[in-house]
Design a protein around this ligand. Sequence first.
Ligand code: ADP
Ligand code: MG
Length: 729
Amino acid sequence: MSTLRFRVVEKAFQTKPHEVAVPSERPGDYFAKYVFNREKMFKYLPSDVYARLVDTMDNGAVLERNDADKVAEGMMRWAMELGATHYTHWFQPLTEGTAEKHDAFVEHDGKGGMIEEFSGKLLVQQEPDASSFPNGGIRNTFEARGYSAWDPSSPVFIVDDTLCIPTVFIAYTGESLDYKAPLLKALSAVNKAAVDVCHYFDPKVQKVVAYLGWEQEYFLVDEGLYAARPDLLLTGRTLMGHEASKNQQLEDHYFGAIPSRVAAFMKDLEIQALELGIPVKTRHNEVAPNQFELAPIFEECNLAVDHNMLIMALMRKVARTHGFRVLLHEKPFKGVNGSGKHNNWSLGTDTGVLLMSPGKTPEENLRFITFIVNTLMAVYRHNGLLKASIMSATNAHRLGANEAPPAIISSFLGSQLTKVLEHMEDSSTDELITIDGKHGMKLDIPQIPELMIDNTDRNRTSPFAFTGNRFEFRAVGSEANCASGMIALNTAVAEQLVEFKHEVDALIEQGEPKVSALIQVIRKYIKQCKNICFDGNGYSEEWKAEAARRGLDCETSVPVIFDQYLTPESIRMFESTGVMTRAELKARNEVKWETYTKKIQIEARVLGDLVMNHIVPTAIEYQSKLIDNVYKLKGLFPEDKANQLSAENMAIICQIAEHTSFIKEHVDSMIEARKVANKITNEREKAVAYHDTIAPMLEQIRYHIDKLELIVDDQMWTLPKYRELLFIR
Ligand code: ADP
Ligand code: MG
């Protein structure tokens, strides 16, 4: 009998919410308590150093070594007052997490003692012994070394006793080995390109910032139950488990009352997030049982990415103090919704204008249309790449299932914006422009602000939806580093804006007035990128056929989707904007393929082990009990009667035999298939083999395990079931 399972279930039922120590101050008082933000810089740094550091943060000015020393000294003083003893460069290697190596603030004093010290040199650059981070062949242990370098645009913060310094991680030969370095380059490219385009409308614009507001979905499970599920522990998802009779059919979880144990976790998480300067704002139940969402107020993209990485780590930590485990996997449970991370993205100027927001004057609206249409063009031209940027072994379970966006990138604009674009496309330039004394030009576009108020016609099936003042990239996976999608999107928009300016300038040079040049190019783009716009049901079979006709990327095999990074268009885009070179793209793809293979490989091993150690022995034990019963019936009753009475059990005995033999055979052939695939040396081909031959077997085997779960005596089943995992708080 499975005593462990019953013990953990019982304990999970009885766990009471933990008390949360709520600070007596208001959130405004403890917000960013552990962040060395401008207020603290001002307090802890000499005023001239502060001014130069601000220039570095805002404008990328070089910070002299002397100043860096002063900054380091101020940082250390502040950090030590808050109890920090160590510091670390905090970076985002090409795994899905962050990396850190802690050093104490100590140095020899030259007299046999120790002094507390932290210099500008240590702040600015370090050489982590990072030879085992994924690098796709760029960094061989014996060749180029890697180093981490301070990113002053994201403030340092304290976690526990450690001062964390956000850094990029790059090879000595200059190639990026992380997510942050190319993200910073992409943000700088889009800044430059967008500023140039803004100058058509306002010469005062000096800077354009990309904003990101992520919405993080996640599941919580009781820690004891989690520990009794080796598949959750090792792969982040359940590789087996029959659907509970009740899951999300009644739609009673979405926006429902938050259970008290979960509420205590959320409260604790929010306090700690606010102390780290993460402006968390929204929390609610999600569609699936035990699924929740957390969202902050949007921030500058680089900072938002750091904050998302930080909060994922924080969630894991805080969940454990509440007896939970947080599941960030995109699809921890079959049959209920998976988790995503909607990336709300927009551009804004240093003059305070949100470029994806309609304005009040015709000029403002022409600027609005300019940025919307260029974004659509970028998404259209690089739709395959954008899909590749959010694709992973884990997100593949979610995309294309009837809950998340389909595995085809398209954009939903809503009826109002669609009408505006249609109007613009159809009217001739003369019709569109009328002279309006004071304002100069007036566009005959319906007044957009009033029209935009109604933002309710939302299309949940769209992977890239316009939502009033931003685009919502919904295909991003819950576990992913947002940077990956943000690098692709911002770079694509940067490249597009450069081309747009090029075309408009050419017309102006030919004598075309500015507004009419802008309109001509925009009109051409509206025609060209129409194929990316789709307002219908993204789940339908018709859309798949239609999307293929429109030439949109419909590939569904994860390793093949990664090829998108190496098409001539993608390489041109990344190289022309200075974001990544062909060599970097190639190396990073090696990492993607290798990671894909490893993930499927681990799942296949875990499934094989569970089958041999849990499923088959339990099923056979139960089968033996039934066989025993059949024999005993034969001893008690005449043959006819005994046969009649044991018919049901005989049928179950046969079913168990059929399921277990299928399972065993397929686990064996899965092992053989792995052996074959493992011999392939080319990473891409190996990943394709894992995708084509091994991944489908996981599903086939699971089908039979789940059938067994329904037949076998509940007392004997060792693994916690969905009805326990998903409904216990
Ligand atoms: P939804 O209704 O889509 O679930 P939420 O309130 O959960 O919306 O999250 C929306 C996210 O979008 C928040 O992080 C919010 O700050 C962000 N957001 C709002 N406006 C913008 C904008 N202009 N640019 C980027 N993000 C934005
Ligand atoms: Mg939301």
